[in-house]
Design a protein around this ligand. Structure first.
Ligand SMILES: [Fe+2]
Length: 316
């Protein structure tokens, strides 16, 4: 197995690995490569839900995303596998997020302990659209002006949990009329990655976000500026799906976004989500310098040995 970067800004493609046939050494190499690249693509996989869950359990502790259900959705056959789909059966949606645009976000930032990794497996795809874009938040943080970094170090954002990333009101919540009073946890804007030790810009999602201690107008201006910066094209990469693709990404250092697709087309993705940690800001991290993927674009070829060495170095 080896890994090659798939874009100048984020991610790598894994070669010569079947996720139905892994061992401890392969799992360790995947874990290390995820820390180095933030996102891994595995092409041409063929996985039953049982095999998907078995692989997920080897990689980390699986989460059940209870708030991801929507009204009227059919019950999940396996609670660990979240279906992301616009397909309806017997008049009921088989999954979540429909066919509309899904706004930029980091998965489950509206929880006290958001997800660490998410995994999507492409089961059925539309002919066009439904692409997933990723933005590298190590890079977004690193390219902020030093004076702004210092200011952000002391600030927290409230992450509204009222709506999902497709803009749908969650079950049991009232519409938000004032972001200052919206329900949701506070997280540091500058988040230290708990495993690599590097800082990232942690914005969660834009709707109803609010910076503690600022007037709403000041908060809106600061958040708008940060979002314009974080989602600029130079920090992003778009994945155009192929059947059998598996993507695993790190929500602690990436945001993602989905383009809309034809409502009459079918798109079925099977998702796993992994238990994460409460976000924190380590004051030492600001002195650490940039993460390797927050430097100049990489073109080098890496192998598992180099990945493991790099990840070990990042942990040191
Ligand atoms: Fe998501």
């Amino acid at each position: 197995m080896n890994f090659t970067p798939i874009s100048p800004v984020v991610g790598a493609q894994a070669h010569h690995v079947l996720l139905t046939d892994t061992n401890d050494q392969v799992i360790a190499a995947i874990a290390h490569a995820l820390l180095e690249h933030g996102l891994l693509l595995f092409r041409r996989q063929s996985l039953s839900d049982e095999q998907l869950v078995a692989f997920g359990r080897r990689l980390g502790e699986l989460d059940f995303s209870p708030l991801a259900f929507v009204d009227g959705q059919k019950a999940r056959e396996r609670p660990e596998v979240l279906i992301v789909s616009n397909v309806k059966e017997d008049g009921l949606p088989i999954g979540v997020l429909g066919d509309a645009e899904v706004v930029w976000h980091s998965d489950n930032s509206y929880r006290e302990t958001p997800l660490s990794y998410s995994l999507l497996y492409a089961v059925e795809l539309p002919e066009a659209g439904g692409d997933t874009c990723f933005a590298n938040m190590y890079l977004a943080y690193e390219t902020l002006a030093p004076v702004l970094k210092a200011r952000l170090d002391a600030l927290e954002i409230k992450h509204d949990l009222t709506y999902n990333s497709a803009g749908v009101l969650r079950r049991g919540f009232a519409p938000v009329t004032d972001p200052v009073n919206a329900p949701g946890p506070w997280h540091p804007i500058v988040r230290t990655h708990p495993e690599t030790g590097y800082n990232t810009l942690y914005l969660g999602r834009r709707p109803n976000a609010y910076v503690r201690g600022l007037s709403l107008a000041e908060s809106e201006a600061l958040i708008d500026m940060l979002w314009a910066h974080a989602t600029s094209e130079r920090f992003t990469w778009t994945h155009v799906w192929q059947l059998g693709d598996v993507l695993i990404w790190d929500n602690r250092c990436l945001m993602h976004h989905r383009t809309p697709f034809d409502p009459s087309a079918r798109r079925i993705m099977h998702r796993l989500q992994f238990v994460g940690e409460r976000p924190f800001n380590d004051p030492v991290a600001a002195q650490r310098g940039p993460h390797p993927r927050a430097q100049a674009p990489q073109t080098r070829r890496t192998d598992t040995h180099q990945d493991a060495e790099t990840a070990r170095g990042m942990r040191a």
